[in-house]
Design a protein around this ligand. Structure first.
Ligand SMILES: C[S@@+](CC[C@H](N)C(=O)[O-])C[C@H]1O[C@@H](n2cnc3c(N)ncnc32)[C@H](O)[C@@H]1O
Length: 506
């Protein structure tokens, strides 16, 4: 895919574990064509540049002027009323305060296993084709071929700024004013709390992409149409909000060719690692539905799955970490590095480069094992210069391209490769353990109770994430130690047998 823009929302790094469920969208957008010369149309939109400051408590003046505090159910009841007036059929669930996810959909009646629920009609979807309250702004973005994600981010801000005159006003009022997302962590918080986890780098990359996307839109479009996109409304703070909303609520609909959409009402469902059902468009009922994979009784919270995501990925996009040991899709990234002192360092680096890899590479570990790509990388790392003819083959196998043959075997390198992975694993465990020990004594150093609450909350998330990632590393360490022991005792037995035979022949 060619990009003419310096700002791209890069697809998530390629992993070799099974593809994630497609329904909750992952960010991936490219700006494909250069913007045509802007043709000034007659501008007649007016956006409210004086946010309703009465909505915000004094301490939050820098925050955005729409959305709600998630604990409040007032806007949720406004949302339910508007939805039923706008074509949402009667529901077996209602928005309530819940233990998992703060607000969620709770069963009002008995719900059977295998029942279809929701039936949100397409007229209630927000997509890249939705009509703009300010059509001129939408036209400018479309003329500039802005991809779906930044287009939707701008759309949300544009509609939010129209307040009551937007057709989505009741929906936007019920969106969280500050979505739980790593986008809201400062760089210092990311460095401090996620020091041991590879999610820190992904979060920094994501923040940079959002900032880059906003700067790009500003340079190419907003600055050329200041009447349509005033900076008081279209600024980094509001973009952080709209991207936070998209990361935590945008849905990819497999039955609509992977279209991405915000689906009011359906986006009130929280995630559970115990269910597998997901949102999709149902052609027969012409609406977004999901089919329950268990029964619910009145009063129980109803869940869907946001996809087979690790705890780190859930924290990154949705701002929560499931309880330790409850997520079968959990994984931890292990960094493997080829030492500069390696005699074949250059040759290995060149082979890796050819396949889009480098001499320092992360691979996902799960409690059930590790990918074949990691093993190939480890073989390459421990290969002596005498087997340089195989470097290219191993580098190709370490890349996660489906087309590459992966049936390599180097039994003579097995022990060294496993020891290499074990050493990297133990190094990583020591980083997690040091962090978890230090965070217990970390000074929260704040004066306001609001700040203190936030710190305690972030600290807990960091502890939960690091504990779950370290657990996977411990499991990997255990398996590797056992295999190495078996390998060594097998070799020892073979050696004893050989000695025995030699003695007989003597
Ligand atoms: C699609 S929205 C679901 C509705 C959301 N609870 C609300 O009140 O607007 C996704 C957000 O819900 C929360 N959430 C979803 N599943 C959760 C879970 N299992 N544990 C904690 N929070 C969860 C997170 O804040 C996440 O960013």
């Amino acid at each position: 895919m060619a990009s003419t823009s310096p700002t791209i929302f890069r697809p998530p790094p390629l992993h070799s574990h099974p593809p994630h469920n497609p329904h909750f969208a992952s960010a991936s957008f490219l700006w494909n064509s250069p913007p045509p010369a802007a043709t000034a149309s007659r501008l007649r939109c007016s956006v409210s540049t004086t946010p309703n400051s009465s909505v915000l408590p004094a301490a939050d003046r820098t925050s955005i002027a729409w959305g709600c505090e998630i604990e409040s159910l007032e806007s949720a009841s406004g949302l339910q009323q508007w939805l039923s007036q706008s074509g949402l059929p009667p529901q077996k669930m209602a928005i309530q305060r819940v233990e998992v996810g703060e607000r969620g959909l709770v069963a009002l009646k008995n719900i059977r296993k295998g029942e279809k629920l929701l039936f949100v009609p397409p007229s209630l979807f927000i997509t890249a084709d939705s009509e703009w309250g300010c059509p001129e702004a939408g036209d400018v973005l479309k003329r500039n071929s802005v991809p779906d994600w930044p287009l939707l981010a701008t759309y949300l801000i544009s509609e939010a700024s129209l307040m009551k005159s937007s057709r989505w006003s009741d929906y936007i009022s019920a969106l969280p004013r500050q979505p739980y997302s790593l986008l809201y962590w400062t760089r210092q918080e990311l460095d401090q709390y996620l020091e041991a986890s590879q999610i820190r780098e992904r979060a920094i990359e994501r923040v940079n992409n959002v900032v880059g996307t906003y700067n790009d839109l500003k340079l190419r479009i907003f600055s050329k149409h200041p009447q349509l996109f005033p900076e008081e409304i279209f600024n980094l703070e509001t973009f952080k909000w709209s991207f936070g909303i998209l990361f935590s609520r945008l849905v990819r609909l497999p039955s609509m060719d992977g279209r991405v959409a915000l689906i009011p009402w359906a986006d009130m469902l929280n995630h559970s690692c115990d269910v597998e059902t997901f949102l999709d468009y149902d052609k027969s009922s012409q609406g977004v539905v999901f089919t329950t994979d268990r029964a619910y009784q009145p009063g129980e919270q109803v869940f869907i799955s946001y996809g087979k995501k690790s705890n780190g990925e859930l924290l990154l996009s949705y701002g929560f970490v499931p309880k330790e040991g409850t997520n079968p899709s959990d994984s931890a990234e292990l960094r493997l590095q080829i030492k500069k002192s390696d005699k074949a360092y250059r040759e290995k680096m060149d082979a890796l480069k050819k396949h889009g890899l480098s001499t320092s590479q992360c691979f996902p570990l799960q409690v059930t094992g590790w990918p074949i790509e990691l093993m190939a990388y480890a073989y390459l790392a421990v290969s002596p210069p005498s087997v340089s003819a195989h470097f290219e083959e191993l580098a190709a196998a370490a890349s996660n391209k489906d087309t590459v043959k992966k049936d390599f075997r180097f039994p003579e390198l097995d022990e060294q490769a496993m020891q290499f992975i074990l050493d990297s694993c133990e190094l990583s465990i020591s980083k997690y353990s040091k962090f978890l020990q230090e965070i217990g004594t970390m000074d929260l150093d704040v004066t306001s109770p609001k700040q203190l609450n936030r710190r305690v909350f972030l600290k807990q998330l960091a502890v939960d994430l690091c504990t779950s990632e370290r657990r996977i590393l411990f499991r990997t360490q255990y398996i590797l130690r056992r295999r190495l022991r078996d390998l060594r005792s097998g070799e020892l037995r073979a050696l004893r047998l050989f000695d025995g035979l030699r003695n007989i022949f003597k």
